[in-house]
Design a protein around this ligand. Structure first.
Ligand SMILES: Cc1ncc(COP(=O)(O)O)c(C=O)c1O
Length: 494
């Protein structure tokens, strides 16, 4: 077992030896306290819209930063027309829907948005959800039953994994974007009721589903496909209908789900498909029928965003240009962007969790808001930052962001190159981060960049148990722990 607190992650505390489920594992509580400086990067408090520049609280003060962490892909977060539409609906319809859509929560605005989305998606029917996560989960839970099988791409978002679990259906994962692995999964589950589930753009990697190849396999087995276009709706395809449109395969995909939290810069989600399936889901997808409808003001904003995004290609083109511009600059710096081909741009730095958080603090100090993505959201050896390029960024925003990335990530990953390029600097002993700041005074703490994170004396946790188990019973334990880690690897995606 490693000595450093940085050797632990959320995966180590999933299983608890506390006898009371209401009491989290003591080791977790100690670990959280010990790593507070690192995890203070989570749940940052924004003091304004999630636009290309944000005002964000840090160390008790408010700082301005370039924002590469919000999914405001189509630049609607601060759009005056969207805001005005929402404000008008707030005046007219009040604060909330105050009921399930099935019983009392649906307004004419909800119905209009469903109709407009059906027309946009060129599918007979659409229903709205008040949550992207709940909607994706609810579609699968509404359609699958015990004994059925969901055949999921291994990189699917947690909400798509939660759906089959809720239905007590079986989940079988095929290797990411691998038609051969999909073929094997389908062959192994022949005779069952099945559905193949993929994402349009993968949320942690920024690559697209290889739909042409995967659809061929699914069709060979006669199994229908559901796609989650969360990160691709409005942004991809000639008209914004996502990756299915991008590949020209819309009529071969049975069910399209998408969220409103990304391209629409709002909240909720929708699913479009044939009329009978959507009608069935209204009654069997419980996150729909047993949960309050979206607030009318949100729906009004969504209607306007849809109208603006489909009126012309201006935003989509800006997003594509910005993405190409940013990607080239990062590739020129020698950074590892994984398989990304889209506006979701991971910057993979490897397995050094200590470095992940230190650099993140450094970037924030220099004015760049770029969130860390840690294991188990991504593999342990592929920790990363994930940049969300948007149509709202200017070239100046992106240039400044790249300069900060060069001055932090690149400098640390490629020290020799940084030294050759720059005049000698005094040796740095650490990173100074403000710990208690007000707008007038700043106290700072120096985090040594070479030493372990503070608070190394955290007890062994789950990983200690895994190690013991491994030593005890070799191959069997390997299989068990392998499975456990596979599960754990999926628990913290967002
Ligand atoms: C692929 C995918 N599906 C669904 C969701 C959940 O969406 P929401 O945040 O709108 O609940 C996300 C969230 O990031 C996602 O990446």
């Amino acid at each position: 077992m490693g000595e450093r607190t940085a050797d632990y992650s959320l995966a180590d505390f999933f299983f608890s030896d506390s006898s009371d489920p209401l009491v989290p594992p003591a080791e977790y509580v100690a670990w959280r306290k010990a790593t507070a400086w690192a995890t203070s990067l989570y749940e940052p408090r924004l003091r304004g819209p999630a636009g290309p520049r944000v005002r964000v609280e840090r160390g008790g003060a408010v700082h301005s930063a370039i924002n590469l962490s919000s999914y405001n892909y189509m630049a609607f977060a601060e759009d005056p027309q969207v805001i005005r539409a929402a404000q008008e609906a707030l005046d007219r319809y009040g604060t909330g829907a105050c009921g399930s859509p099935l019983l009392s929560g649906k307004t004419d605005l909800h119905a209009r948005l469903e109709e407009r989305l059906s027309a946009f998606m060129q599918r007979p029917a659409t229903m709205l959800f008040n949550s992207g996560f709940g909607g994706a989960m609810g579609c699968l839970a509404g359609l699958l039953r015990k004994g059925d099988v969901a055949i999921l791409d291994a990189k699917c978002h947690l909400c798509l994994i939660a759906g089959p679990n809720l239905a007590r259906a079986k989940s079988v994962f095929f290797d990411h974007n691998d038609p051969k692995s999909l073929d094997e999964a389908l062959a192994a589950t022949a005779g069952k009721r099945r559905i193949v589930v993929v994402e349009g753009i993968y949320s942690m990697d920024g690559d697209m589903a290889d739909l042409p190849a995967l659809l061929e396999v699914a069709e060979k087995h006669g199994v229908g496909v559901m796609i989650d276009e969360a990160h691709s709706i409005l942004a991809c395809g000639a008209h914004g209908r996502g990756v299915t449109e991008h590949f020209g395969v819309e009529d071969r995909v049975a069910l399209v789900f998408a969220t409103f939290s990304k391209g629409f810069a709002s909240v909720g989600g929708f699913v479009s498909g044939n009329a009978d399936t959507i009608d069935y889901l209204r009654y069997y997808s419980h996150p729909y029928g047993f949960s309050c409808a979206l607030p009318p003001s949100v729906v009004a904003g969504l209607l306007t965003a849809l109208e603006l995004a489909t009126r012309d290609d201006e935003r989509r083109n800006r997003l594509r240009e910005n993405t190409a511009y940013f990607r080239k600059k990062l590739l020129d710096l020698g950074l590892n962007l994984g398989q990304s081909t889209t506006h979701v741009v991971p910057i993979v730095i490897g397995s050094d969790r200590q470095m992940l958080y230190e650099l993140c603090h450094e970037m924030q100090e220099k004015g760049l808001f770029l969130a860390p993505v840690d294991y188990p959201s991504v593999p342990e050896d592929q920790l990363r930052y994930r940049a969300a390029v948007t149509a709202a960024h200017t070239k100046r925003d992106l240039d400044e962001a790249v300069a900060i990335i060069e001055d932090t990530i690149v400098r640390r990953l490629f020290p020799a190159r940084a030294k050759a390029a720059q005049p000698a600097q005094p040796a740095s002993t650490g990173t100074t981060i403000p710990t208690t700041t007000t707008t007038t005074t700043t106290t700072t703490t120096t985090i040594p960049t070479t030493a372990p994170l503070p608070g190394t004396a955290v007890a062994a946790g789950w990983r200690g148990k895994v190690d013991t188990l491994r030593q005890l019973s070799g191959a069997v334990a390997d299989e068990v722990t392998g499975k456990a880690r596979q599960v754990l690897g999926r628990i913290w995606k967002q």
